[in-house]
Design a protein. Structure first.
Lengths: 110, 214
């Protein structure tokens, strides 16, 4: 088994960032969610949320769909299969890090 | 990942997957309608017997319309989430094939056989706990409601309601109160989960965590 630090280095930084992790977790629980929902969930400003969604979209983890409901423009975000896989892998890696930490024996100081 | 963060992610997952049910204010008009119905059918009600059915229908129509309006307000204020098709198929099947028929049978037993205990009390207690667990957990107020319904089972035995229609009417009143208070508390939990808007630096080097991840 590799050391916890090596495991830490393997964590997907794109997913690891808390706001993006929250976005991806939310999107993994639904077919799609709109921009407003994600904004309320994360408390991010429009600009920041846009920036995070763009990064996720650029990586192919999220699909953005702009549509109208009546006259209201709505932006939906959806987790792609690649995004679901990345989130799954990330959570697996975190579990391995936790397992590694649990197995570490404390150093004797005397 | 520390347990607190894992719990926060679980919460986000549970609320998003069950967003409809956490929009608590949707249930308040229905709760008020049930309270009105229980009052109109209750002892000493000034509503003439011939008006009771019409009042029941009118109250329910108004409550459903109000609930739909509240739903539109939630969409405008909290956003829209589309569930994964078939995600809750098991829950839906259980609800229609087991829970609702069991509640109906319990109400019929209480209304027709007039047993000395309110069978519907324990049936609703189990149904409410099942509802809480299957719609994202948390919300301790539903555990309290479930205990209240279980206690209601003994209302006829303790002389708090006459067996039969009186006891069922009491149950409808408590159900109305549960919808109303539970709905308000659901809404409070939802607003607690969603932080206020704020402009923060969330670049990778200066990360600010969202909501309970903070």
């Amino acid at each position: 088994m590799s050391a916890p630090f090596e495991r830490l280095a393997e964590l997907d930084r794109l997913v690891h960032e808390p706001a993006r992790l929250a976005i991806m977790t939310a999107l993994s629980a639904c077919e799609r969610a709109d921009f407003l929902y994600l904004q309320r969930l994360t408390g991010l400003s429009r600009g920041n949320l846009s920036s995070h969604l763009s990064k996720l979209a650029d990586a192919g983890f999220v699909e953005i769909e702009k549509t109208y409901e009546g006259k209201t423009p709505i932006t939906y975000a959806k987790l792609t299969l690649e995004g679901k896989e990345a989130l799954k892998e990330y959570l697996k890696s975190v579990d391995k890090v936790r397992e590694g930490i649990r197995l570490l024996k404390p150093l004797r100081t005397t | 990942m520390p347990t607190r963060e894992t719990a926060a992610l679980d919460r986000i997952n549970a609320v998003t997957a069950n967003f409809f049910f956490w929009q608590g204010l949707r249930w308040v008009p229905l709760g008020i309608a049930l309270l009105v119905v229980a009052w109109s059918y209750g002892p000493g009600s000034p509503v003439p017997e011939s008006w009771e059915s019409a009042l029941l229908v009118a109250t329910m129509v108004v409550a459903l319309a109000a609930s739909a309006m509240v739903g539109r307000w939630y969409a405008r204020s909290f956003g829209r989430v589309r569930g994964i098709p078939g995600q809750h198929a098991r829950r839906t099947r259980t609800k229609w094939l087991v829970v609702y028929p069991a509640l109906l049978v319990a109400l019929l037993v209480d209304g027709i056989a007039k047993p000395p205990v309110l069978v519907s009390g324990i049936a609703f207690a189990v149904a409410i706990e099942a509802y809480r667990r299957s719609t994202g957990g948390g919300r301790a107020h539903y555990m309290i409601a479930s205990i209240a319904f279980a206690a209601l089972t003994f209302a006829p035995t303790l002389g708090l309601a006459t067996p039969g229609a009186g006891a069922v009417n009491l149950l409808i009143g408590v159900l109305g109160a549960t919808y109303t208070i539970g709905g308000l508390l659901d809404h409070r939990e939802l607003t607690r989960l969603f932080p206020d808007f704020h402009d923060v630096d969330t670049s990778d080097s200066a990360v600010s965590c969202p909501g309970s991840l903070r």
